[in-house]
Design a protein around this ligand. Structure first.
Ligand SMILES: Nc1nc2c(ncn2[C@@H]2O[C@H](COP(=O)(O)OP(=O)(O)O)[C@@H](O)[C@H]2O)c(=O)[nH]1
Ligand SMILES: [Mg+2]
Length: 347
């Protein structure tokens, strides 16, 4: 039996091996990913993001356990992405300990990811891993990432449902949750609701959404969808997109409080996406985005591989000494590679 067949048959050992190969972008990993790809497109991806220490890992843990109690006993995969950790120690070690109580459940699989420098970036990498889980028959893929920068926004953008986690008492909530992150939320959670100020945060976030934060966000979303599906009827899309207003929930993840409601909202959002056809649109957009990122990644890699180091160094010296502008430097290097390719092809 081939490795990809073993993965689809449910072998956890094969799954582990394939995840490592895919994460390290080995040729074998690429091949397995190609073999598995036709079997993907079923899993529901949930991105969980928010500031460090807001309880994302605890929440993911509780969410996974709650999802497992559903009638159809869905299988749940967890991908913990920590771009801030340069090695798989630190914060991730804490996550491992916290997630220990999930280890006994054969319907749950946890994977931590801390590596950088993947072709096309962390988002492409995360998507590749989730494709493996998808083909392996996992129904839900929970992706935890720190809400800190653009790469994290990219990661959760690949999810069908995005949960943004906030905590009370960080002062002005818009400071603790970056505006760009709030914009992509499908569900907002005020975790650590056992702490003072939870109701105030709840009201604050609700008013943010009511104050027309959402129309802004959905117009960006609409733009992206329209780009992915040029044949789409815009008024129809308009109607569909305006229907989802992100709910704001309180949880105490540590005590598994409020998790049932959270799962309820996730399922509601999943149903909403499927019934409006938006689930398929998101898939199309994600795949387009993945292809684009990979093209960008390989073009840049090719570009620098073709360039003689001496030429790059000399051109950069000229830029630093203000003899050549950055724009002209790019032109010089691009022209060099272009000419080099032409000679190469005519040989
Ligand atoms: N008081 C309180 N503490 C919590 C709650 N949820 C998580 N924590 C604690 O907050 C800390 C950070 O949690 P963690 O899940 O690692 O946060 P992450 O960095 O966002 O993944 C841990 O010590 C948790 O036990 C909660 O609902 N209430
Ligand atoms: Mg964490």
């Amino acid at each position: 039996m081939s490795l990809s067949e073993s993965v689809r048959e449910g072998s956890r050992i094969a799954l582990s091996r394939v995840l490592s190969q895919v994460e390290n972008s080995t040729p074998a990993g690429k091949q397995v990913l190609d073999e598995l790809f036709p079997y993907t497109g079923k899993a529901h991806k949930i991105g969980i993001t928010g500031p460090p220490g807001s309880g994302k890992s605890t929440l993911v843990n509780a969410l996974a356990r709650q999802l497992r109690t559903l009638e159809n006993q869905p299988r749940v995969a967890i991908i913990a992405v920590d771009p801030t950790s340069p090695f798989s120690g630190g914060a991730i070690l804490g996550d491992r300990v916290r997630m220990l109580d999930l280890q006994g459940d054969p319907g749950i699989f946890i994977r931590s990811m801390a590596s950088r420098g993947a072709l096309g970036g962390l988002a492409t990498q995360t998507e590749a891993l989730s494709q493996v889980f998808d083909a392996a028959g996992y129904d839900f893929i929970l992706i935890e990432t720190v809400g800190a920068g653009q790469s994290e926004v990219d990661i959760v953008n690949l999810a069908h449902t995005t949960i943004v986690v906030d905590v009370p008492g960080l002062g002005d909530d818009i400071q603790s949750i970056k505006a760009g992150i709030l914009e992509i939320a499908d569900i907002l959670v005020v975790n650590k609701a056992d702490r003072p100020g939870a109701d105030q945060s709840l009201r604050y976030l609700k008013s943010m959404i009511e104050m027309g934060y959402r129309p802004l966000a959905s117009s960006a979303g609409k733009h992206r969808l329209a780009e992915a599906m040029p044949n789409l009827n815009m008024p129809e899309l308009d109607e569909q997109l305006s229907l989802w207003i992100p709910p704001v929930l309180k949880t105490i993840a540590r005590d598994s409080e409020g998790i049932e409601s959270l799962v309820g909202e996730v399922l509601k959002h999943q149903k909403f996406l499927k019934e409006t056809g938006r689930w398929q649109l998101k898939e199309a957009w994600t795949l387009r985005e993945i292809v684009r990122k990979r093209i960008e990644g390989s073009l840049v890699l090719d570009f620098f591989q073709q360039l003689p180091v001496a030429l790059l160094d000399k051109t950069m010296d000229d830029v630093i000494n203000r003899k050549v502008s950055p724009a002209s430097a790019v032109e010089i290097l691009l022209t060099y590679n272009r000419n080099r390719n032409q000679t190469h092809y005519s040989e």
